[in-house]
Design a protein around this ligand. Structure first.
Ligand code: ADP
Length: 500
C-alpha cells in the first residue's frame, strides 16, 4: 500500500489495512467472484484500502439473508420495546465511536473531520434515538363502518400496520453514514430487514455500521451491507424479486431507472433525488447576514449537498454588495485536507467530481458568466477545487439549471417579489429553498409559493429528525425523517370482523 500523508489514515490503520468484507447474514465475506475495488483518499488520491465488488450472486445471498431474518421469530416476533432498546443501544455505540466514524467519513469522502463529527455524527446519533421512540408508537385505527351491502350486519374494523418486508437501501457518497441511517433506522424501528448498499466511493462507515449493528445485538440478517458498483450491485438489488421496497438517495437519472425497475416488479419505492435550490435575499436583509447565510448555504460540505443553496437570487439594490461579500468570503476559506483543523473546504469526493465541477465553471464562462472567484483546481495531489461565485448568468443557462454538486454559486438579481418567485420556480427541481427577510408577510408568501419540499426562512440546510424531508417535481417521491419515514416502511392491513 502506498504511504499516505493523511494522519487519519495512519490513526485508523488497523481498520483500513484489512480488506473490507461485506456483511451477509452473520458472516463477513468477500465477493463470491473475488473482485475488489480500490478506495481512494480524496485528500491525496492514494489507495487506502479495498472494498468487495458484489455481483448478482452476492446480492442474491444478501437478499436471502434479509428474507430469512424477516421471517425469523427472533425478529418477526420481537416486541416493540425490544426494537426500541436495540436502536437505543445502536445509538449509544455510534456515540461511543463517533470520533472514529467522523474520521473514517473524512478519510473516505474528504469532508472536514470536525464538521463530520459535529453535523454527520450528531445528526446520525440523534436520528437513531428519535427513531427508537417511534418503534413503540406505531399504531393503526379502529374505524366505524356501515357496510351498505349488509344493512343489518354489525361489524368491527381496524387497520394494522405491517412492516413492508425486505428493504434495499441505496445511498450516495455525500453524507454516507447519515444517508444510510435515514433509511436503516426507520426500517429497523418498523421491523423490516435491510440490504444496505453504500456508494462505491464511500463504503467504509456503512461497513463499520454493520459491525456496530451486530455488536448492538441485532439478529443476523436484519442488516446486511453489500458493496459494489451501482450499475452492477445496485441494479441487481433493485431488480431482485425478493426485495419489497427500494429506498434510494442519489441522482435524478439513477432515480428514474430505479423507479421504472421497481414498478416493473411492484416494489414500493422512495426516491430522494437532486436539487438546485433557490435562496432569495430580499432588500431588507442586512448585507453581512446575507453574505454569511449564502456562503454557508452553498459551501457547506464542499457544496456536495442536495439542498445546497446553489441558485442565489438577490434584490438588485444590494446585488453587487452581497456578491462581492460572498466572493471575498469564499476567497478566504482555507481549502485543504479534511483532517486539518484550519480547513473550511475539503477536497471533493473523487477525481471525476473535481473534473466535473471545473468543467461546469468552464461551461459557465462559455455561457457568458463572470467568475468573481474560484473554480480552480489546486496544484497539489487530491481533488481540491476552490469555491466559486458566478454572476452575469441567465436563469436558463446550464450552470443555473443543472445540479453541479460542488462549491459553485450562481447569483442573479431580481426587482420584485413576483419575479423572484418566478425565477425560483423556473427549475425542474423542487427539493428546498429559502428566503431571507425580516418581513413576515413576504416570508410566508414565499413559503407558500416557492415549489419545494422543504423551505427555510432566514436559515438554510437546517434539518431536524421530526421534520419531513423530501422533494417535489424532479427532486423525488416520498419523504424521509419524521413520522413520514416510519410510514414509508409500513403497509396498512385492513381487518373487518362480523359481530352480528
Ligand atoms: P452519483 O452520480 O452522484 O454517483 P448516483 O445516483 O449514480 O449518484 O449514485 C447514488 C447511489 O446509487 C450509489 O450507491 C450508486 O452506486 C447507486 N447506483 C448507481 N447506478 C445505479 C443503478 N443503475 N441501480 C441501482 N443503484 C445505482
Amino acid at each position: 500500500m502506498a504511504v499516505s500523508h493523511n494522519p487519519l489514515v495512519e490513526k485508523h490503520r488497523s481498520f483500513l489495512t484489512r480488506q473490507q468484507k461485506m456483511l451477509i447474514g452473520d458472516s463477513w465475506v468477500d465477493a463470491a467472484a473475488g473482485h475488489t475495488l480500490a478506495v481512494l483518499d480524496p485528500s491525496t488520491g492514494q489507495e487506502i484500502t479495498r472494498i468487495a465488488l458484489a455481483d448478482e450472486t452476492d446480492i442474491d445471498r444478501a437478499v436471502e439473508a434479509a428474507r430469512q431474518a424477516f421471517r425469523d421469530p427472533a425478529w418477526a416476533d420481537m416486541k416493540p420495546t425490544a426494537r426500541q432498546k436495540l436502536l437505543l443501544q445502536l445509538a449509544d455505540l455510534i456515540e461511543r465511536h463517533a470520533d472514529e466514524l467522523a474520521e473514517l467519513e473524512s478519510i473516505d469522502n474528504g469532508k472536514v473531520a470536525a464538521a463530520a463529527r459535529m453535523a454527520d455524527l450528531n445528526g446520525t446519533i440523534e436520528f437513531v434515538r428519535y427513531m427508537a421512540g417511534w418503534a413503540t408508537k406505531i399504531s393503526g385505527e379502529t374505524l366505524d363502518v356501515s357496510v351498505p351491502r349488509l344493512p343489518d350486519g354489525k361489524f368491527f374494523a381496524y387497520t394494522k400496520p405491517r412492516p413492508v418486508g425486505v428493504v434495499a437501501a441505496i445511498v450516495p457518497w455525500n453524507f454516507p453514514l447519515m444517508m444510510a441511517i435515514w433509511k436503516v433506522a426507520p426500517a429497523l424501528a418498523t421491523g423490516c430487514t435491510v440490504v444496505l448498499k453504500p456508494a462505491e466511493q464511500t463504503s467504509l462507515t456503512a461497513l463499520r455500521l454493520g459491525e456496530l449493528v451486530r455488536e448492538a445485538g441485532y439478529p443476523a440478517g436484519v442488516l446486511n451491507v453489500v458493496t459494489g458498483l451501482g450499475a452492477q450491485a445496485g441494479a441487481a438489488l433493485v431488480e431482485h424479486p425478493a426485495v419489497d421496497k427500494v429506498t434510494f438517495t442519489g441522482s435524478v437519472e439513477t432515480g428514474k431507472l430505479i423507479g421504472k425497475s421497481a414498478v416493473e416488479s411492484m416494489k414500493r419505492f422512495t426516491l430522494e433525488l437532486g436539487g438546485k435550490s433557490p435562496m432569495i435575499v430580499m432588500p431588507d436583509m442586512p448585507v453581512e447576514q446575507a453574505v454569511q447565510g449564502a456562503a454557508n448555504a452553498i459551501f457547506y460540505n464542499q457544496g456536495q449537498v442536495c439542498t445546497a443553496g446553489s441558485r442565489l437570487y438577490i434584490h438588485r439594490s444590494i446585488f453587487d454588495e452581497v456578491t462581492r461579500g460572498i466572493a471575498d468570503h469564499a476567497a478566504q476559506l482555507t481549502v485543504g485536507p479534511g483532517h486539518d483543523s484550519a480547513t473550511r473546504i475539503g477536497p471533493l469526493v473523487s477525481e471525476e467530481q473535481a473534473q466535473r465541477v471545473c468543467r461546469y465553471v468552464e461551461i459557465g464562462r462559455s455561457e457568458g458568466a463572470r467568475v468573481l472567484t474560484g473554480g480552480e483546481r489546486l496544484d497539489r495531489p487530491g481533488y481540491y477545487v476552490s469555491p466559486a461565485v458566478l454572476v452575469d448568468v441567465d436563469n436558463r443557462s446550464r450552470v443555473v439549471c443543472e445540479e453541479i454538486f460542488g462549491p459553485v454559486l450562481t447569483a442573479m438579481p431580481f426587482d420584485t417579489e413576483e419575479e423572484a418567485i418566478a425565477l425560483a420556480n423556473d427549475s425542474r427541481y423542487g427539493l428546498a429553498g429559502s428566503v431571507w427577510t425580516r418581513d413576515l408577510a413576504v416570508a410566508h408568501r414565499m413559503a407558500e409559493r416557492v415549489e419545494a419540499g422543504i423551505f427555510w426562512i432566514n436559515c438554510h440546510n437546517v434539518l431536524d429528525p421530526n421534520l419531513p424531508f423530501g422533494g417535489v417535481k424532479a427532486s423525488g417521491i416520498g419523504r424521509e425523517l419524521g413520522k413520514a419515514s416510519i410510514d414509508a416502511y409500513l403497509e396498512t392491513k385492513s381487518v373487518m370482523m362480523r359481530l352480528a
